[in-house]
Design a protein around this ligand. Structure first.
Ligand code: PSV
Ligand code: MN
Length: 431
């Protein structure tokens, strides 16, 4: 198996930290044991938990004002894959990558698949891009893609999505995530209903091209780049489209794509109830689609979302198998560090949500005991599950202290030599 970090290095660093970890873990085991909770069940769950890394998140992000690239950034999908492997080797919970086309398009997908197999990395949901024109593109997406008034632009967007499915098949993926930037910037610019009709009829053609074992996930977003209205503005339009298209089409929730203070966990519950929850793009936000690191601002909200997901698992809800992905933009941190920390923060929310005593919570809900119901959630949220997550990493031969190991190898300096940057490359902002 190919590796980016010597396993002996991680092992040596882990040995230095293991004694302390073991005593923290034993103390937590004892504390949870008093409530009849077996810590081992939770450590096993943490070992199983996996979340995909977005290929595009491995490069430094930016704003529409500027981008400040790091040294040694990946220049193509092979190098992005290398960084994804670093993230997985250290975190133990990111064994898959979600690619974005045409950014990650290569001539020979079999070579890419072979390399990812060697790293033990899988490819999950394939993202299409019809929100920017590619060099030499004959017909523009300036006024939309799937809902463009021009048939030629719609046809191009449809064909691109069908191509993405084909690339994904070669990589062993089994879902397509469609986010369109379609919408309007001025009241009156777009006929809402006609635009949605055109979107649906384009999406029908993509849906018809889905392999039998594939799903299509639609991502809603309230604004940007269209600032007055978007065609798939919210989860309402999203689920309507998913219901219209058929059972293989589901909704994907990107946390940053909602108005501030939106009750996202309730949206999640609704989507689960109607078998329409396809997956997530995890990130955090203060104002809008800020694409901040998961759990960096609103860990309780992230926990409440997982509370719904774990509830669905517990109740064995039908057709419940959402895919978990990060979708973040790292403007001032090293993307590798942010993606490691974020993946672990999402895993943390999952384990805390597993700690909720479901039957007690249901009892409080039935008896309308708001205080005790709320305390039941807080009780789980307030448990510091750090030793569980670290023990899971230790058992998976990942790093007890992933950022510590990462910093010790000075990866960026090494990569700066291996990946010389084109001095003329643009520093302008990216999405
Ligand atoms: C749009 O803001 C989005 O969240 C979609 O998932 C895109 O594919 C991704 O960001 C890329 O920037
Ligand atoms: Mn997204």
């Amino acid at each position: 198996m190919l590796r980016r970090i010597e396993s002996s290095l991680i092992k040596d660093k882990n040995e230095e930290l293991y004694t302390d970890l073991k005593s923290d873990y034993d103390a937590l085991a004892e504390k949870l044991g008093r409530d009849g909770i077996d810590i081992e069940k939770f450590t096993e769950a943490a070992e199983k938990f996996q979340i995909a890394v977005p290929s595009w998140g491995t490069g430094t992000g930016g704003t529409r004002f500027a981008r400040f690239p790091l040294k040694g950034e990946p220049r193509n999908i092979f190098e992005k894959l290398e960084d994804c492997s670093v993230i997985n080797e250290l975190s133990g919970c990111t064994d898959s990558v979600s690619p974005h086309f045409p950014w990650d398009k290569v001539d020979d997908f079999s070579e890419l698949k072979q390399t990812s197999d060697e790293y033990g990395i899988k490819w999950v949901s394939v993202n299409s891009n019809t929100f920017q024109d590619q060099p030499g593109q004959e017909t523009s997406y300036k006024y939309g893609s799937m809902s463009n008034t021009q048939q030629s632009s719609r046809d191009l967007a449809i064909q691109h999505n069908l191509d993405c499915i084909e690339y994904g098949q070669q990589l062993g993926a089994n879902s397509l995530t469609v986010w369109v930037g379609d919408g309007s910037n001025h009241p009156g610019q777009q006929h809402f209903q006609k635009a949605f009709e055109r979107y649906l009829s384009s999406m029908e053609k993509v849906y018809a091209g889905l392999p039998s074992d594939w799903e299509m996930h639609i991502e809603h977003k309230m604004f940007e780049p269209a600032f007055y209205s978007t065609v798939i503005q919210d989860w309402g339009s999203n689920i309507l489209a998913a219901m219209h298209l058929g059972p293989k089409c589901k909704s994907l929730v990107d946390l940053g794509h909602h108005a501030p203070n939106t009750n996202i966990e309730m949206i999640v519950s609704r989507l689960i109830q109607f078998k329409k929850l396809g997956g997530f793009h995890f990130n955090d936000s203060k104002y809008g689609d800020d694409d901040l690191d998961s759990g960096s601002l609103h860990p309780y909200q992230q926990f409440l979302i997982f509370n719904e997901l774990v509830d669905a698992e517990y109740r064995q809800q039908a057709e419940f198998d959402p895919s978990y992905m990060l979708d973040q933009s790292h403007n001032v941190t090293d993307p590798i560090e942010s993606l490691i920390v974020s993946a672990i923060e999402v895993q943390r929310s999952y384990i805390k949500a597993l700690l909720v005593d479901r039957e007690s919570l249901y009892g409080y809900q039935e008896s309308n005991d708001a205080m005790m119901a709320s305390l039941e959630l807080k009780k789980a949220f307030n448990v510091d599950v750090t030793p569980i997550l670290a023990m899971a990493r230790y058992r998976q031969s990942a790093a007890i202290n992933p950022i510590g190991v990462y910093r010790s190898i000075d990866y960026r300096t090494r990569m700066d030599k291996d990946r010389p940057r084109d001095p003329n490359a643009s520093g302008s902002g990216i999405v």
